[in-house]
Design a protein around this ligand. Structure first.
Ligand code: VG1
Ligand code: CO
Length: 540
């Protein structure tokens, strides 16, 4: 037989964050690093022998090697069939869809999502389970435990499998099917959305630009927007996935997609523009000279999604991550829909989606999705916007203005303090923990603390508990701040501060409306004392 047990030694840092394991590319390229984590996944789960695995990713630097490692370890562990996207490409939502479509036991996604790629960038791996959702904490913890104790991995000794062409190959008893990454996903989008209506919108002269940021959505967007929907050739930009994303940071927000924001400010700007991230699960949408905040976007979807036949009478409820603004709550309340507030990370939506508690969810970090797949889905969100505009004949700006007129506006901003030494970040959080109970009633600048608490979450379906998911402080003037540490970085730590304020005044600058709460927070947290700075690295 070609199957052997290969000795290995554990790495101490194979611990999962908000969404998978992410490290510097050089860390992933260490001897047996990927082997260990993939074998640990098989050690941590059961019942995969003879079953189907879906494999793909965003094609970033390191992927071609990693794909072969996964194939050989999966084959050696007895996986029956591996479905892999051509060139190893599969967006996260397309992969999730393929899991359910093929009744697979799991999916492995090689991506560090929005983190920059390349030799000096990041690499990562995410595991989806049978239901197409990201592995929950209980499973990722088990994988980490297995990784700590690993002594050997199973290896199928065979030449590399050619992934550049569609077709079926065999490695021992395991069948490897190389498929078109776009086809099934595009077909599914046509089941969900009214392509005829969107086609008509484009034919009427509605102009659109989509920027794939040299990441995995390029081929999807070219086919869907240009070929199927008739948006003119060239509407899709940066459409060729590149191993280093052509130097772009594939995170769709006004900082890293500043070129798109600039384009939308020009006099000849298109009617609508959008972008997505490395692995295609995030999105940003913009109207003419008009940035749409992701929390507002979730509110718009809550308001209008059920006008699309696929969702008609099927909007069961809505969920948002806790740091996401409460804009969607107001709509849900008007529409008498239940609203759930979960910790940051898409995996927390899984049980709610699966059990029909909700059919729509979103995060402030440019993520939205529905029960059509169990991962967030950037292109889906953009198509939903297009479909809503095709139905309502309203511009993005008009849709948002109408929302604010009804519910008021929640001004929102996120501050990121990147690359803080871990001990400093931990000291800051510990100090906050020790003072949190004493904060209510205290005055900071012109604001008084109304409430201050740690966010602990119990999943309403599984009763799984996630503790210490950040701190929520509400202050006078209907302002709120949420404080948490990022779980997707590869080195150092990122402190995230999320500020929001609900107002009836509609057309102010968010930075001005939020200035007092930003100032108060800086003294509540004693930022200077703990991390030596009080100006954020990025504001999004
Ligand atoms: C960030 C976002 C979070 C998102 C996660 C994964 O996590 O804040 O909302 O779910 O990234 O998105 P953190 O822990 O860094 O704040 V993705 O597109 O990078 O898979
Ligand atoms: Co992503």
């Amino acid at each position: 037989m070609n199957i052997t047990a290969v000795k290995t030694k554990p790495y101490s840092d194979q611990i999962f964050g908000t969404s998978g394991l992410r490290r510097r590319t050089s860390v992933f390229m260490q001897k047996n690093y990927i082997h260990n984590v993939v074998q640990s996944f098989f050690n941590a789960i059961q019942g995969f022998e003879g079953k189907t695995l879906i494999l793909g990713g965003d094609g970033r630097y390191g992927s071609s090697k990693a794909l072969q490692i996964v194939i050989k370890i999966a084959a050696a562990n007895g996986v029956g069939r591996i479905i892999v996207g051509k060139k190893g490409w599969l967006s996260t939502p397309a992969l999730s869809h393929l899991i359910t479509l093929n009744d697979a036991f799991a999916g492995i996604i090689l991506t560090a999502s929005h983190n920059p790629g390349g030799k000096d960038g990041d690499f990562g791996i995410k595991f989806d389970l049978k239901n197409g959702a990201g592995a929950p904490l209980s499973v990722t913890n088990r994988i980490s435990q297995c990784a700590k104790a690993i002594t050997h991995y199973w290896w199928f000794d065979a030449p590399d499998v050619e992934l550049g062409n569609i077709g079926t190959k065999q490695i021992g008893k395991t069948q490897v099917e190389v498929i078109d990454p776009v086809e099934d996903y595009a077909a599914y989008m046509q089941e969900i959305f009214d392509f005829k209506a969107i086609k008509k919108l484009f034919a009427s002269g509605f102009s659109f630009v989509f920027d794939a940021m040299n990441a995995v959505t390029g081929p999807y967007a070219k086919y869907i927007f240009e070929e199927l929907l008739g948006s003119p050739a060239g509407s899709v930009r940066n459409a060729e996935p590149k191993v280093d994303f052509g130097g772009l940071h594939p995170e769709p927000n006004p900082v890293y997609a500043a070129h798109l924001v600039k384009m939308m400010k020009a006099p000849n700007a298109p009617d609508f523009a959008a972008a997505s991230d490395g692995d295609g699960d995030r999105y940003m949408v913009l109207g003419k000279n008009f940035f749409i905040d992701p929390s507002d976007s979730l509110a718009i979807l809550t308001e209008h999604l059920d006008k699309i036949p696929f969702y008609h009478k099927r909007l069961y409820g809505v969920a948002r991550s806790m740091p996401t603004s409460e804009a969607a709550d107001f709509v849900a309340k008007r529409k008498k829909l239940p609203i759930y507030k979960t910790p940051t990370g898409w995996k927390f939506f899984g049980s709610l989606l699966e059990n029909k508690k909700i059919s729509l969810c979103g995060e402030e970090s440019f993520g939205a999705g529905s029960n059509h797949v169990m991962e967030k889905d950037g292109l889906w969100a953009i198509l939903a916007w297009l479909n809503i505009m095709a139905i309502t004949h309203k511009s993005p700006q008009k849709l948002v203005q109408e929302l604010w007129d009804k519910d008021g506006r929640v001004y929102y901003v996120r501050h990121n303090y990147e690359d803080i030494p871990l001990d400093q970040a931990q000291n800051l959080m510990r100090a906050l923990a020790s003072r949190i109970a004493s904060l209510p009633g205290q005055k900071f600048g012109s604001l008084i603390v109304k409430s201050a608490e740690v966010f602990n979450y119990t999943d309403p379906v599984t009763s799984e508990v996630a503790e210490n998911q950040g701190y929520i402080i509400t202050l006078s003037n209907k302002t709120r701040v949420m404080i948490r540490l990022s779980g997707t970085g590869s080195v150092g730590t990122t402190l995230r501060l999320y500020f929001s304020r609900h107002e009836r005044k509609l057309n102010e600058a968010p930075a001005e409306v939020l200035a007092t709460v930003i100032l108060a927070t800086s003294s509540i947290l004693q930022l200077e004392k703990y991390i030596g700075v009080n100006t954020p690295t990025t504001i999004v």
